[in-house]
Structures are given as C-alpha cells and as structure tokens.
Design a protein around this ligand. Structure first.
Ligand SMILES: Nc1nc2c(ncn2[C@@H]2O[C@@H]3COP(=O)(O)O[C@H]4[C@@H](O)[C@H](n5cnc6c(=O)[nH]c(N)nc65)O[C@@H]4COP(=O)(O)O[C@H]3[C@H]2O)c(=O)[nH]1
Length: 665
C-alpha cells in the first residue's frame, strides 16, 4: 500500500513537473506567435502606407534595394533629409535594434533561402524550416540549446506581396510565393526559472500529500488490523471470560481427535457445568452471575497446563480438552480421573462476588478418545451426557461416559425436537386437580396442570419436559397457551348452567414467562379476549421468581391485581421463604410444597416446618393450601393447624377436563 502510494505521488509529481516545463514552452510559443503576428501586421501596415520616410541623420541609411525608386530620398522645405523605408527595412531596423515586440529577450529575424542581405541568411534550423515551408508547412518550431541557455524558436512563412516585388521581383518571386520566414527566438531560461519555482511548490505539495497519505495509511492499517483483531477475538473468543468459544474449541477438538487417531494417542474431553447456576443467576441477577463465571473461568484456567484447551461453550458450560495422554488407555484413564478429582477439589468452594459469598459446586462429564467416538460432535455429546449423569446423581461429582448414557442424551434431544411441534400438533392438554376446603371438603377451585400426549411416549408429565421448555424458550408460547386454555375452559364450564360455576383455576407461571417485559399486557390480553373475569384466575409463582427481582415482581403483581387477578406462592418452603417478600408482595395464598406434607405427622422437622408456615401465613393474613395430601392423617394434621385448603390424591388426582366435570357432578 505504502509502495503504491509512493509510486502514485511520484508519478503525479513527474507528470506535474513535465506539465510545468511544457507550459513554459507553451508560454514561449504564444509569445513567439504574438510577436510574429505583430511583425506581419507592421509589415502590412507599412506596405499599405507605401512605406514611411525617416530622417537620414537619425542613423537611417537609404535602402540600396530601393535605389530604383524615384523619390526614395527627399529634402523637405525645412532642409531635413528623408529616405523611404519599406516594410522589410523598417522591420529590420526594429529587429536590429532588438526592439522587443512581444516580450523581453525575444529576438526576431527575417530570413530567406535567397536573401538579398547576408544578415538575412538562414541558420541551419531556419533553413530546415524554410525548406519545410516550401513543402507546405505553416509553422516551424523547436527548442534549442544556445550558449545563453535553452531557447524556444518559432518561424512562420513570409509570403510575397506586391510591395515585396519592388525589391524581390527580379529574383523571380510572384505574389503569394513563400519569400522566406519570420523567425522568433524566445529565451526559455526566465520561463524555466518560473517553472522551477512552481515545480518546487508542487514538490513541497506532493511531499506534504505523501506524508499525509502515509499517515492516513498507517492509521487506516492500524484501524483495520485492530478491527481485524477485534473481529478475530469476537469470532473465536468468549467476550465474558476471554476463553476460546465454541467455534474455536470445536476446531481444536477436531484436530486433537484426528491427531489421536493418527498417532494412537489418548486424549480426554471434560464437560463442566455449575450446579444450580441458573438459580444464582435468576435470584441474584445476571451481573453477579457473570462475575461468578469469570472467577470460575480464571480458577479453571489456573488448574490446567498451558497446552490444555479450556473453553466456554455458553451459559455456565465449560469444556476442557486434554491431549497427549500417551498410548496406554489405562494410564490415560488414571490421569484423567486424578485431574477430575483435582478440579472438583479446587473449583467447588466459595467465590466472593460483589459482596456475596457464593458457594459453587460443579458436575463434570468426561469422555476419552479416540476409542469412544469418530467425530468431535459425538465426543461433545458423550461428555455432555456424562455430565448430566453426574448432575442427576446430585452434582458435585464427575462421571465417565459409558455408551448407555448416549441413549438418554439422544432421548433428551428427541424430546426437545418433539416439544417444538407439540403445541401446533395439539399434543398439549391441561389436567385439573381439585383444590378442596380442608374443613368442609368442598371443591374451591382447581389447579391446571400441563400434560403432553406424546405420540410415542404416551402421557408425559411436566417434570419430564418443563425444564426443556424453559431452556429452549418454548415455555413462553406454552405458558401463554396454558393461561388461554384455562380461561377457555372456565368459559366452557360457565356455559353449563346445570352446575355451580367453578370459583377459580390456578395456573403455574414459569420464571422465564413472568420475566417477559410484556407479561402483564399478555395476561390482560388473554383475559379480555376470552372474557374471563380476572378474579377467576390465580397465578402461581415460585419463590425464585419473586426473589429474582422483588420490585419488578411487586409492580407486575400489583398491576394485574388492580384488575382483579390473584396470586399465590407455589412450593413455599423450598426456596428462601423470605419474610421480606411476604410483607411486600400482594399475594393472597401460600402453597406448602408436597415434600413437607409427605412425612407429616411422623417427621418432626416437616411437622415444625408446616406448623411454622401456617402460623406465618396466618400472621400475614395469607391463606394456606397444602399440596400432595395423600392420607386422612395428613389432612387432619393440616386442618387442625388451620390450613385452609389442600390438593392431593386423597381427594383426587389431576384429571382431564371432561373427567373433572364428572367429578364435580
Ligand atoms: N406425589 C403426589 N403428587 C401430587 C399429589 N397431588 C398432586 N400431585 C402433583 O404435584 C404437582 C403439583 O404441582 P406443582 O407443585 O405446581 O408442580 C408442577 C409445576 O411446577 C409444573 N407444572 C405443571 N403444569 C405446569 C404449567 O402449566 N406451567 C408450568 N410452568 N409449570 C407447570 O410441573 C410440576 C409437576 O406437575 P405435575 O406432574 O402435574 O405434578 C403436580 C401434581 O400432579 C399427591 O397427592 N401426591
């Protein structure tokens, strides 16, 4: 680029310099032409006047070529001696005295191949021009070097006029013949001096331009290379942790697998996932979550060798690639196991983030290659499946991939794909579980519970697919469908006049669904669209949702409450059970999680928890509903302590709408 720019500036400078020199010559040419034009005009004028008289004593000699003209010399009555000057003689006087006609230094010379006077004899340049005129040329010009420097020369033919014949008639010329030429010499040096000055200005200008261009290019180069670096970083590195991203990692994994296959060398792939990270992120906010991920990334990098690749695939998922583990599979396995233990020991600890002490544990899935897989994608799937296995076993553990895990991982993927079309295929349905008054055993309402009538797997419970819907974002569409379907069902039941209308239906709202900025508008829209009175719908929110953004949650709840919608807190006791939100949030009921109900009245801890929840709710003026009530004993215990309502198999399972109608009778 610099070379090209330098070349461009040099060419421009050379071109401008020649232009300046040429323009000096052009200037000389126009001076010469003007001079010749004047010469010819004067000659014509004097010829027209029939010549002019001049005083002989003024240094003018009588013209010998006019000796035959009568009256050539006259004496005036005053005694002055005059002689007749014809045009040639007059112009010769001008040229001889170097009376510059057009510009300083300019010289004129009348010449001919047959001069009457020796002084009019042509020099070689003029001779060549005169010969060219004889061939029809109208102008002759050129640059010559003289002892005084370069000169520009221009000559034009002089044609024979009647006046000329007076002197030249005897030479055989006729009117219109080329009699000779009027040649003019213009010194170029003064013009070149001016040109040099302009060239200098051009040179300086070009120098400045060159410097400017170089500066611009350097800056542009820096910006471009900087941009390129930025782009490369953005394309291959994770902006949050600075670790390689999925693209770069997959490339390295690909290379490592090929090398391992070629050289029969072992390698290992670790898939790491932070346990309950989603919970931390949801409850404490993304910036805390990001801070934690950065710290874990740094700690992880610090535990590995320089040649091991650590990457972040996204979210809280990290991968580690170990290569060059030798050819012995057992030794490779042992090495990998040792490292996995070390990772768990060092990474599972408290991390201080923005004033919070966050305890982190991780689940690690490991697969060894090349024996386990043929492609890098397979390897990643295997390590991922092994990681899920470690998580399913309670987390804070590592697990090696075994082929049976693949089937589970494949199933999960299959479920994800199937779920995408479940809604539009009409495979989702709502079941209804009665909510019953603890004292009078009267149905107060129902909880709508989602079911998936999977074409291959049959009736599928939400615990098997809600998390997939959450992770993929499908929960937004599904959650909206649930509210709309519950409203539609309320309207349908209302239409059956034979029965007392069902006072309320509760629906579960997922955290992601509640977080939508337009959640309130969406719910209002559905209520308006279906014409259901807002008081007939109870939105069940988990503690997690509320803790995540207490103020935002309170605002949404109040907005919907203002139109009459109702809220209750689901799975109470499973999260933080914070008194603060009980005080601040306008909810009307708490639902005791079924895990606390299961072992009452035998487990003293559960007994204490349930009693506390009921007492607390009472103090805050909230109603209490117990979930998962399966025995009379549980019901008596709850009813005796003031639990308002319950759900559970004791009264009824969740059932399809039609069955629910029959149940109501
Ligand atoms: N062992 C036992 N279990 C009982 C008994 N009575 C009711 N259950 C079950 O307990 C769950 C109660 O719902 P949940 O706590 O809101 O827990 C729900 C809720 O968190 C979620 N879920 C269900 N439907 C939806 C939905 O439409 N949207 C969202 N976001 N989540 C839903 O899935 C969870 C599980 O739902 P289900 O499988 O329907 O499971 C239901 C219900 O069938 C009993 O006596 N004993």
């Amino acid at each position: 680029m610099v070379l090209l720019w330098t070349l461009a500036v040099a060419v421009s400078l050379a071109w401008n310099t020649t232009q300046v020199r040429q323009s000096a010559q052009e200037q000389a040419r126009s001076s010469a032409r003007a001079s010749i034009d004047k010469d010819i005009n004067y000659r014509g004028l004097i010829a027209d006047l029939g010549g002019v008289y001049a005083r002989i004593d003024a240094g003018v000699e009588p013209n010998p070529f006019l000796a035959h003209v009568p009256g050539r010399d006259v004496v005036t009555t005053g005694g002055a001696r005059l002689t007749l000057l014809n045009s040639s003689y007059f112009m010769r006087l001008i040229h001889d005295r170097e009376l510059h006609i057009a510009s300083p230094g300019l010289r004129g010379h009348a010449t001919s191949l047959h001069p009457l006077r020796a002084a009019n004899a042509p020099d070689p340049w003029e001779r060549a021009g005169l010969e060219a005129f004889a061939q029809g040329a109208r102008e002759w010009s050129g640059v010559e070097e003289s002892p005084d420097g370069s000169v520009f020369r221009l000559m034009r033919p002089r044609l024979t006029t009647t006046a000329c014949l007076e002197c030249h008639g005897h030479q055989g010329y006729r009117e219109g013949d080329v009699l000779g030429g009027i040649s003019v010499t213009v010194p170029l040096e003064p013009l070149y001096a001016q040109a040099r000055e302009r060239t200098l200005v051009f040179g300086l200008g070009h120098g400045f331009l060159w410097l400017l261009g170089i500066g611009g290019l350097t800056l542009g180069y820096r910006i471009l290379t900087g941009k390129e670096e930025d782009l490369t970083r953005a394309a291959f590195y994770d902006p949050l942790t600075g670790l390689p991203n999925r693209t770069l990692f997959m490339d390295r994994l690909e290379q490592a697998l090929l090398r391992a296959q070629r050289h029969n060398e072992r390698g290992a792939l670790f898939y790491l996932d932070l346990d309950r990270f989603k919970h931390i992120n949801d409850s404490l906010g993304h910036s805390i979550g990001d801070g934690l991920l950065r710290q874990v990334a740094t700690a992880l990098r610090g535990l590995l060798r320089e040649e091991d690749t650590v990457a972040r695939l996204g979210g809280d998922e990290f991968v580690v690639l170990l290569t060059g583990l030798g050819s012995d599979p057992d030794a490779a396995f042992l090495h990998t196991q040792t490292l996995a233990t070390k990772l768990l020991q060092h990474l599972c600890r408290r991390y201080p983030v923005d004033g919070h002490e966050l305890y982190v544990s991780i689940s690690v899935g490991i697969t060894l290659f090349p024996e386990n897989a043929h492609t890098s994608q397979d390897l990643l799937k295997q390590a991922d499946a092994a990681m899920y296995e470690a998580k399913d076993r309670g987390g804070n553990a590592f697990h090696f991939y075994v082929p049976s895990l693949q089937a589970a991982a494949d199933l999960r993927l299959q479920m994800e794909n199937d779920l995408r079309s479940a809604l539009e295929n009409g495979e989702l349905v709502l079941y209804y579980q009665p909510q019953v008054d603890s004292e009078r055993n009267q149905v107060l309402g129902a909880e709508a519970l989602l079911r998936w009538e999977h074409p291959g797997h049959g009736l599928t419970h939400p615990d098997d697919f809600i998390h997939i819907a959450e992770e993929t974002g499908l929960i937004l569409a599904i959650g909206e469908w649930v509210i709309r379907e519950a409203c539609r069902q309320i309207r349908a039941w209302d239409g059956e006049s034979s029965r007392r209308p069902l006072p309320q239906v509760s629906v579960n709202v997922s955290p992601r669904q509640f977080r939508q900025p337009d959640f309130v508008q969406r719910v209002k829209g559905i209520l308006a669209e279906t014409g259901v009175s807002p008081g007939r719908i109870v939105l069940e929110l988990t503690e997690r949702i509320l803790l995540e953004d207490m103020e935002g949650a309170a605002e949404r709840i109040r907005e919907l409450q203002a139109i009459g919608a109702r809220f209750c807190i689901d799975d109470f006791g499973m999260g933080y059970s914070s008194l603060a939100y009980l005080k601040n949030l306008p909810v009307e009921a708490l639902k005791i999680d079924r895990s606390f109900v299961r072992d009452i009245p035998t487990d003293p801890n559960d007994v204490a928890i349930v009693e506390t929840i009921i007492a607390m709710a009472w103090r805050f003026g909230l109603k209490v509903i117990a979930e998962g009530v399966e025995t009379e004993e549980q019901l008596h215990f709850l009813a005796a302590r003031g639990c308002d309502a319950y759900q559970g198999h004791l009264h009824s399972h969740a059932m399809p709408a039609v069955e629910f109608e029959r149940h109501l009778g």
